[in-house]
Design a protein. Structure first.
Length: 396
């Protein structure tokens, strides 16, 4: 594919095949230098003046505009900062206020736990008899009935890589009169997203996965421009105020998606993210998607041919999967530790899922074949049986 991969833009340790960018992206080459510049030249020399002289105050908007290009929305409609959990809470609270007469939220039982925790916490706080309805992913559309206030789904399943049909589900939600909220944590930078075409009201996402913003990188939230002025944020922070430095005692929201900002922006993390997003310049998401399908398809073929002990749980059809491949294996945790020990980094999800992410920005076919050969060695020779691979750390 033209312009792919761009390995030279990332710090990738020699001899290592990194298949975990769906959990934490690698370090962009220019990130350390950018942080040093912000710390020494801006924070160090300018001190508080840097909010103006280095334009820190507009950094969240600049980064939001970069993300907007990757998720198919216009500039000014994406706000950055805070965490994905906070953005889920904001979007869901706003969505429920848009449908005050309804009492049902639809998600699915494969959604990322944090999204469900935040939803339940919000409903417990409101305490007005709401129901959180959790059908299987396959039954979501039939669960969207005329009593549903909001539908909140993760576009790509974090465990299996299954891809929801965004256009069809959003259309069904709107047909039922519900508000649509998409979590793009495993979509932004991985698959083409066109929120404008499907007309979804909200989308949220994180930036430390496929966008390579680093651990703890700030989240983002999209609000459809035509509904912004009617939203009253449940979490009203001073930087979401129309004139923050007027220091008014009552909240007056900004007249854009910036009203969804809450706390002071994390400047160091935003600077890293801004640097990381330069890697996307000149990339066509259609080309990236084609490369992703080719890589994941080749990986599935290679692993299944070499390791029949592993059971594919990711959809085989390219149109139904994101940019990851997952296999179930009874001894998946130990097998993944053995792989990591041999330079193939994926990760494990309970109860038995070995998960591999594919990022065409820095992976190619040679990486896929080499990884599959090492997986074969670990599985066929049962190298995972070594006692040192059995003990679980706090992070798996």
């Amino acid at each position: 594919m033209a312009n792919l991969p761009r390995k030279e833009l990332f710090h990738l340790p020699q001899g290592l095949i990194y298949l975990d960018g769906n959990s934490l992206g690698p370090l962009p080459v220019g990130a350390a230098e950018r942080v040093q510049k912000v710390m020494a030249g801006e924070w160090g020399d300018e001190l508080i003046r840097a909010w103006n002289t280095a334009d820190w105050i507009n950094l969240p908007l600049r980064v939001g505009n970069q993300i907007a290009q990757l998720i198919g929305v216009r500039e000014g409609s994406v706000a950055t900062g805070d965490t994905l959990s906070i953005k889920v809470y904001q979007a869901l609270a706003a969505g429920l206020r848009m449908r005050p007469e309804r009492r049902v939220i639809v998600s699915d039982d494969g959604n990322f736990p944090t999204d469900l925790y935040m939803a339940q916490g919000l409903l417990d706080t409101i305490d007005k008899g709401y129901e959180l309805r959790l059908p299987t992913p396959e039954d979501v559309e039939s669960a969207i009935t005329d009593d549903v206030a909001a539908v909140m789904l993760t576009h790509v399943d974090y465990r299996t890589g299954r891809l929801h049909d965004m256009a069809a589900i959003t259309a069904r939600a709107h047909e039922a009169g519900a508000v649509m909220i998409w979590d793009l944590a495993h979509s932004a930078g991985a698959v083409p997203v066109d929120l404008v075409a499907c007309n979804a009201e909200f989308a949220v996402g994180c930036t430390y996965k496929y966008l390579n913003g680093g651990p703890g990188a700030p989240a983002f939230i999209y609000v459809r421009p035509d509904i912004v002025e009617g939203l009253q944020p449940a979490l009203a922070g001073w930087l979401g105020h129309e004139v923050p430095f007027a220091m008014e005692l009552t909240y007056r929201p900004a007249m854009s998606t910036e009203r969804m900002r809450v706390g002071t922006p994390p400047i160091l993390q935003l600077a890293v993210l801004e640097e990381a997003l330069h890697a996307w310049e000149g990339i066509d998401m259609g080309d990236l998607r084609a490369a992703s399908i080719a890589l994941t398809g080749r990986f599935i073929d290679e692993v299944e041919a070499r390791c029949p002990q592993l059971a594919l749980i990711t959809p085989r059809e390219p149109a139904r999967r994101g940019s990851q491949v997952s296999f179930a294996f009874e001894h998946g945790f130990a097998a993944m530790q053995a792989l990591i020990d041999r330079g193939v980094i994926g990760d494990f999800r309970e109860p038995d899922v070995m998960r591999f992410g594919f990022t065409p920005l820095y992976l190619d076919e040679d990486d896929v074949i080499a990884a599959a050969a090492i997986i074969e060695e670990v599985i066929v020779k049962e190298l995972w049986r070594d006692a040192k691979y059995q003990a679980k750390s706090r992070v798996t």
